[in-house]
Design a protein around this ligand. Structure first.
Ligand SMILES: *Cc1c(COP(=O)(O)O)cnc(C)c1O
Length: 503
């Protein structure tokens, strides 16, 4: 029997076996992966197999050994980093695409959803006129957006930076609280990490517009090429939304590319309590969002949305290649340069066979050629629960951050370190008997994590170590906020008793 037959003709059987283990995993009652590590290390630590064991054995190992020792990330009480477990429909969608449409190019039904879902995302998130491209995560999505910015800025000076490199040093003005993938993007783009000038933020993590203005004035007569101003719609640390309107106005006045990193926080626009803070988003030249964060997609899906995709094309095009030439009716060069192929209407009207055309040339808008269909996952999720469903989830999670804030405010042994913004609220346990608050809260946090149920992260705000829950998981409900606060108080009280006894 050939391998292909086994793979494609016995899904029902294998998913039947795996389904039980997957369901068991999603009860989230398993111990941490490292608790019984000896057991699975013994099974997995094998020499390179010279002869295979066959599909059945592989499926059995996945069910018996891998799944029970998976990640804490999908647990409903996991509120550490901004990452989540995928929802059911997104897992099914990505598995189906892996089988039936393993590339995002060529004209398949799956690939039609690539553009449709990008358009849906743009509409849902308040940037309807933007066009997009998917990539693996916020890191690459920022890189792609800033590639567009670099192209725009240097072309204005008569230089094609993608073709010939840059001829003068660059500056990117970014919120001091921006994600460090902004600096890395600058490095990868040949601008240098040090080209990123941090713009000071206020206590809540919002960029200070007057400081930005001063920095821009200071560099005005220099030889720098100003590539972009980077603001956040939801910082990773505290969920802060920068004053997008004021920053956008400054950028427009000076004709600087305005980039908004909304990897985590862009869906926050759906919560009416926050919507007004997103005013100015429409001034952005590029925006990113990670469907694999708040939207519950399987990991590996981010979207870069831009006002003008031509900048991405000129920044990332592969020059015509013989190995692609002629393998579709239009050929690579023509389809890539042909802006008529950039609209979804043309997707089906100009071809008769799925091989007649590569479709929208996403491979020229970013850094990947081979890439999975990611749109189908976003599409599946939106088909399943709609904008209304996403809105409810975002609102629920933001409610949870408010609950944490109010609980901490009322409790005499808790202190709010940074008020709730979106679904993040930073707080700590305090008492006059505690000598080292940072050390105390670090201990408290380590114990929380050891208990393996409610797992926030920590961050430092003004030198204070704070407990930082960020609620984003699709399975994360109000109950997790109640449980977290009860756990914090219980552990804190018992550590405090110890501290007093040891004094
Ligand atoms: C998570 C995050 C990123 C990085 O995204 P990845 O998907 O982890 O690569 C970038 N910016 C912000 C604001 C983020 O929260």
């Amino acid at each position: 029997m050939s391998e292909e037959k086994a793979l494609t003709r016995e899904f029902e059987k294998y998913f039947g076996i795996l389904g039980k283990s997957l369901d068991e995993f999603e009860r989230f009652q398993h111990a941490d992966a490292l608790e019984d590590k000896q057991e699975w290390l013994e099974v997995l630590n094998q020499p390179l197999p010279q002869v295979g064991f066959g599909t059945e054995k592989v499926v059995e190992l996945i069910g018996s050994t891998l799944l029970p020792n998976g990640s804490p990330v999908p647990k409903p009480g996991f509120t550490s980093f901004i990452t989540t477990g995928a929802t059911t429909s997104s897992v099914i969608a990505s598995s189906a695409a892996a089988v039936a449409s393993p590339q995002r190019y060529l004209l398949t039904a799956f690939n039609y959803l690539e553009e449709l879902s990008l358009d849906w995302l743009a509409e849902m998130l308040g940037v309807k006129e933007m066009k997009g491209v998917y990539s693996s995560g916020g890191s690459v999505a920022n890189l792609v957006a800033l590639g567009g910015a670099r192209q725009y800025a240097y072309e204005k000076l008569g230089v094609d930076p993608a073709a010939n490199g840059i001829d003068r040093p660059a500056r990117i003005y970014a919120s001091a609280d921006c994600h460090h993938t902004i600096q890395r993007s600058a490095g990868v783009l040949g601008l240098g990490r040090r080209a990123v000038v941090p713009v000071p933020c206020d206590r809540s993590g919002k960029m200070e517009v007057s400081a930005l203005n001063d920095l821009l004035n200071k560099d005005k007569d220099s030889n720098y090429c100003v590539v972009a101003i980077v603001a956040n719609a939801g910082t990773t640390d505290c969920g802060a939304i920068d004053p997008l309107w004021e920053i956008g106005q400054l950028a427009k006045k000076r004709e600087i590319w305005f980039h908004v990193d909304g990897a985590y926080g862009l869906p926050g626009i759906l919560d009416e309590r926050y919507a007004s803070q997103y005013r100015g988003l429409e001034l952005a030249d590029s925006v990113i969002v990670d469907p694999h964060k708040w939207l519950g997609a399987s990991v590996g899906i981010a979207a870069t949305l831009v006002k003008n995709r031509e900048f991405l094309f000129r920044a990332f095009t592969q020059e015509p290649a013989d190995y692609l030439e002629g393998s579709s009716m239009e050929g690579n060069e023509e389809s890539s340069n042909n802006s008529s192929m950039q609209s979804i209407e043309k997707f089906t009207t100009e071809a008769e066979h799925s091989l007649d055309n590569f479709g929208i040339p996403y491979f020229d808008y970013g850094v990947e050629l081979s890439a999975p269909c990611r749109g189908v996952v976003v599409w599946a999720m939106l088909q399943e629960i709609g904008v209304e469903g996403i809105k409810q989830r975002v609102t629920r999670h933001n409610d949870m951050a408010f609950y944490v804030e109010n609980f901490a405010k009322k409790h005499s042994n808790l202190e709010v370190v940074n008020e709730a913004s979106l679904s993040i609220c930073c707080f700590r346990y305090v008492d006059s008997a505690i000598k080292d608050l940072n050390e105390f809260n670090r201990k408290l946090h380590r114990q929380l994590v050891r208990e393996n149920t409610n797992m926030p992260s920590t961050t430092k705000v003004d030198g204070k170590l704070a407990i930082r829950p960020c609620f984003v998981g699709a399975r994360t409900e109000m109950q997790q906020a109640y449980d977290l606060m009860n756990d914090v108080v219980r552990i804190g009280d018992s550590l405090l008793t110890e501290e007093i006894e040891n004094f």
